[in-house]
Design a protein around this ligand. Structure first.
Ligand SMILES: [Zn+2]
Ligand SMILES: [Zn+2]
Ligand SMILES: [Zn+2]
Length: 392
């Protein structure tokens, strides 16, 4: 999902001439109306995928280039209009103002910790527990190096066409794995994956801090770096791209002025990552190469979180849209990104900026929904991580 800076504008989109794809889409929408009359019920159950879900993998690549087609996806998934083309809500001007809005709202927290009944799926759902397997039993990749510190069993996720797991269940599991692997012990001294990642990041510092990365780092280099991030932060769970039809990594065009990156997964073409070659979050100091380095590392991790959720979460689950959402930075993404940010800050040293607060505002602009006080407390916006000063 794209990572956009915030704009507070009210826009409405109306298209009169129908593109051929939109005509097909209308047909799909009518078919959906005939096959799925029942709206999402109040009972927390997941019906799994419908026949129309088969169109999603084919449709998704077109959405990257023509967001107007999102209305087709809305209809297939049975959700309200994606907020990309709707009225934008006013966003708070500061964290303090957001805090005041939350206090005024006095709404109970509906996260999976405070309101677990909203997330308990009934029926014959396949959204069960995530298997653990010992690291010794893993299929060893090429050039395997033993990782002495990886005694934490690594999860085994099922990769299915429609996503196998309820979003919050997957995220809680992944957060627990990250906690156990990197935060409750001190593995970094012996963990070869972490050591190799650190060495690579420092060796490629100049490549990653170029004002125009197209001149300083190649696509294969980015993919090499992504494979290390995948190993360290996602136990290699993010699926690769399909080499026959995709490069897996691309630059966003110069004409894009607000999107830093895009990360997504599609069952046909695999994981796709796009980065803007020149944009980065500089926090008022565009000349600081260290800030640029941290922003770019944070952006690629940000996009990998999107791809991870897209690959493994079930979009038919009743709370999926609420937790992931059409813009992608809902509670599930925020909690996952928050833990990745904390772990990255510890392993790499110094703050790795994933743009979480800006992303919260970006989604807020779309749905106007104030997070809960509990969310704000857990997500720790504007609060330093314990290891933030290390390595700087
Ligand atoms: Zn994003
Ligand atoms: Zn809560
Ligand atoms: Zn489901």
């Amino acid at each position: 999902m794209p990572l956009h800076p915030i704009t507070v504008t009210a826009t409405t989109t109306r298209t009169r001439r129908l593109h051929p794809l939109r005509r097909i889409a209308r047909l799909i929408c009518r078919t959906r109306g005939q096959t799925q009359q029942e709206p999402h019920g109040t009972e927390q159950t997941c019906r799994g995928s419908s026949f129309l879900h088969n169109f999603l993998p084919i449709l998704e690549p077109f959405l990257l280039f023509d967001p107007k087609l999102l209305f087709v996806e809305d209809h297939i998934l049975g959700r309200q209009q994606a907020p990309h083309s709707g009225t934008c809500f006013k966003v708070p001007s500061s964290l303090d103002e957001l805090t005041r809005w939350i206090e005024d709202a006095i709404a109970p927290c509906d996260c999976d910790v405070c309101s677990p009944w909203l997330y308990q799926l009934s029926g014959n759902s396949s959204h069960g527990a995530i298997n653990l397997r010992s690291s010794e039993n893993l299929r060893r990749p090429r050039f395997y190096l033993p990782n002495r510190a990886s005694h934490t069993p690594r999860p085994k996720l099922s990769l299915r066409v429609y996503g196998e797991y309820e979003a919050m269940r997957l995220v809680r599991h992944h957060v627990a794995w990250l906690d156990e692997t990197y935060l409750q012990t001190s593995p970094s001294k012996d963990n070869l994956d972490v050591l190799q990642l650190r060495n690579l990041l420092h060796a490629w510092n100049a490549h990653l801090t170029g004002l125009d990365m197209r001149q300083t780092i190649s696509k294969p280099q980015w993919l090499h770096l992504v494979s290390f991030f995948n190993k360290v932060f996602f136990f290699d769970a993010i699926p690769p791209h399909r080499q026959a039809i995709s490069e897996g990594f691309s630059w966003l065009p110069d004409t894009e002025k607000s999107c830093f990156g895009i990360g997504t997964y599609n069952p046909i073409i695999g994981t796709q990552l796009l980065l803007h070659p020149t944009l980065f979050r500089h926090h008022g100091d565009p000349e600081d190469a260290d800030v640029r380095w941290r922003s770019r590392l944070g952006t690629i991790l940000h996009e990998m979180c999107h791809a991870f959720l897209k690959a493994y979460t079930c979009r038919s689950c009743p709370m999926h849209d609420y937790c992931v959402g059409p813009r992608g930075h809902g509670r599930a993404w925020q909690i996952l990104a928050s833990k990745i940010e904390q772990v990255a800050t510890r392993l790499i040293g110094g703050f790795i900026d994933m743009g979480r607060y800006q992303s919260l505002l970006h989604d807020f602009e779309g749905h106007g929904r104030v997070p809960s006080g509990h969310d704000l407390e857990v997500l720790r916006f504007g609060t330093r991580w314990p290891d933030e000063q290390a390595g700087r």
